[in-house]
Design a protein around this ligand. Sequence first.
Ligand code: FPP
Length: 255
Amino acid sequence: MDYSSLIDRTRLPKHIAIIMDGNGRWAKEQGKDRVYGHHEGVLSVRDIVNGAAEIGISYLTLYAFSTENWNRPKEEVKALMELLVNTIRREADDLKKNGVRLHVIGDMESLPVICQKEMQEAIDMTAHNDRLNLVLALSYSARWEITHAAKMIGREVALGTIRPEDIDENYFAQHLATASFPDPELMIRTSGEHRISNYLLWQLAYAELYFTPVHWPAFRKAHLLEAIYNYQQRERRFGLTSEQISNATKNTVQH
Ligand code: FPP
């Protein structure tokens, strides 16, 4: 099916978050080792970043390395770090040319120094772009992020900058790594697992979740379009009733 012609360009999600899963299983199916799967996964990253920019998505967040991934075999962690460094080094010019602005969320200080340096260079190089914001979640977990925010706010309370009773959801969200991004409306996880895995727990509160059996190295722009089409068939209620939503839509159309 050609989802490209079916998608309503006026109702695109502004922010799509993806859990790129299944590199290892895909590689095993090809009779190759896990690292081969990660290398092929980079081709999907390229295709999805370009695809998202072409479609008109403003924010794309990719779960590239979780806090828990540090516990993988040492050789795999080393290969993933090298892959990240080499990919960013190779792609930075193209990101800049294509209007993509790079951001990183996560515990940057826990990354190898060379990785921090390459990321920072690419972040600085692309800082004036505004076509697509590409957010890499690196050494990231939502519990780490929420704990980090709580510590910052705790310090502010101790210093007397804010009173506990004045802390609201908005104030808390401003202390998350994603403070300057809108919440994702759509979260995609590849490879058939139906879990959130410590990803953007606060930000996904009202997101539509989309799970596909396709492994990440096989995921392409056509699959992204299918996910967006699926998202557009859903009714987002934010805790309201269906009737309230349709009345609100009618009123918006009338006024
Ligand atoms: C999950 O597959 C994937 C990862 C843990 C790493 C994702 C990294 C990349 C796609 C490459 C680098 C990314 C960028 C942004 C340059 P898995 O290993 O958990 O697969 P499995 O569940 O089948 O074992």
